[in-house]
Write a protein that binds this ligand. Structure first.
Ligand code: NAD
Ligand code: UD1
Length: 335
């Protein structure tokens, strides 16, 4: 039976993807250094998958250990989530981002080369497009990184392009995620980062609900959008996770390298998301309009047609369902 190595599998996207892989009877083993996840995630994921989750505490920069893990588990493909992901932090600490994201990926690829594993699914980001020239953004849009985090993802995409040229039989997919929100239906796992420096919109909303913050800072209401606030393509975490199963099927059947946007194709403003969340939770979210956040673009949403047609993947959940699922996680985890 084939076995998938999941790096960063205890993080937000990795853990949700693991539940879907488990539902699809796919065998996997997780590698994580626990730098951005709580230890309790291990037991929670076990509960979601009714399974003993095979895992190793290991840093992806430790090539020797990766080789051992790949051999021990007879790994046949890799999904690579492990990375640092805060844009703001990457501007302050660029070397850390190049070290973990780029060197970490090189270390992983070296371990794969040593063991002859050539199937690779990579977590890229919509941040590679920077301030878009047009929306919806398709995969041919120019890459214009605005920060070190996005740079690291482009460098990795370029390394991957070179790898498929250098050796036959590599099969690589890069998924460029838009903005995942929400949680697993059990409410056992959700977007629960350890590092305070991660400050995406939904986790910030949840901080207000939990009383860790008095209000939500809205970063700018003077963009050229209908209500003046930034527009993004929010996608249910389970829809995004499902894309990995489809991408793995594609990888099994196709060599070379391919890039796919994973978004709904719908733009939603900060205030629209806030209102949708208030509706499902019954919670009133106080806001304060702050100045624009450095490095933010006004509007960013996907053209997901390529993933729809080639991967046969489609998003299913609407905004209200996304907020409902984020709310379930709050309700089940409020002490
Ligand atoms: P996350 O921080 O929740 O998960 C990453 C996991 O990797 C964590 O469990 C962390 O402990 C682990 N990790 C970090 N450095 C490691 C290392 N050196 N060795 C081993 N494990 C390590 O992040 P996420 O939201 O699940 O994101 C997963 C991937 O998707 C990342 O590559 C991220 O850049 C990308 N991405 C995320 C988003 C998003 O909105 N969440 C959007 C676009 C792209
Ligand atoms: C951010 C990153 C992106 C990364 C993704 C996942 C930036 C510029 N981009 O995307 O590279 O892949 O997270 O880590 O950081 N907002 C508020 N108040 C808040 C938080 C956010 O108003 O407290 C607004 C933002 O200005 C933006 C929208 O909400 O308009 C979404 O922000 P966020 O969730 O951080 O995602 P992105 O910025 O799209």
């Amino acid at each position: 039976m084939s076995c998938i190595l999941i790096t960063g599998g205890f993080g937000y996207i990795g853990s949700h993807t693991a539940t879907i892989l488990s539902e699809n009877n796919k065998k996997f083993v997780i590698v994580d250094n626990f730098s951005n996840c709580k230890r309790e995630i291990v037991d929670r994921l076990k509960m979601c998958t009714n399974d003993n989750v095979a895992h190793y505490e290991c840093d992806i920069r430790d090539t020797k250990s990766l080789v051992k893990i790949i051999k021990e588990n007879k790994v046949t493909s890799v999904i690579h989530f492990a990375a640092l992901k805060s844009v703001a932090d990457s501007i302050i600490n660029p070397l850390e981002y190049y070290e973990v994201n780029v060197n970490g990926t090189i270390s992983l690829l070296k371990a794969m080369k040593t063991t002859g594993v050539k199937k690779f699914l990579f977590s890229s980001t919509a941040a590679v497009y920077g301030e878009p020239d047009f929306c919806p953004i398709d995969e041919n849009h120019k890459l214009k990184p605005l920060n070190p985090y996005a740079q690291t993802k482009i460098i990795i995409e370029n390394i991957l392009k070179d790898i498929v040229k250098s050796e036959i039989n590599w099969s690589i997919v890069c998924l460029r995620y838009f903005n995942p929100i929400g949680s697993h239906k059990s409410g056992l796992i959700g977007d629960d980062p350890l590092m305070a420096k991660n400050s995406n919109l939904m986790p910030e909303i949840i901080k207000v609900v939990r009383g860790y913050k008095n209000h939500l800072d809205v970063f700018g209401d003077d963009y050229g959008t209908p209500d003046g606030t930034g527009i993004r393509d929010y996608i249910h975490i389970m829809d995004l996770s499902e894309a990995h199963v489809k991408a793995l099927d594609f990888i099994d059947k196709n060599n070379g390298i391919n890039f796919f946007n994973i978004g709904t194709g719908k733009g939603v403003s900060v205030l629209q998301l806030k209102t949708a969340f208030e509706k499902v939770s019954g919670f009133n979210l106080p806001i304060k309009i702050s100045k624009r956040r450095e490095g933010d673009c006004a509007i960013c949403y996907a053209n997901p047609k390529k993933a729809n047609e080639i991967l046969k993947w489609n998003s299913k959940y609407d905004l209200s369902q996304m907020c409902q699922s984020a709310w379930i996680f709050v309700e089940k985890n409020s002490k």
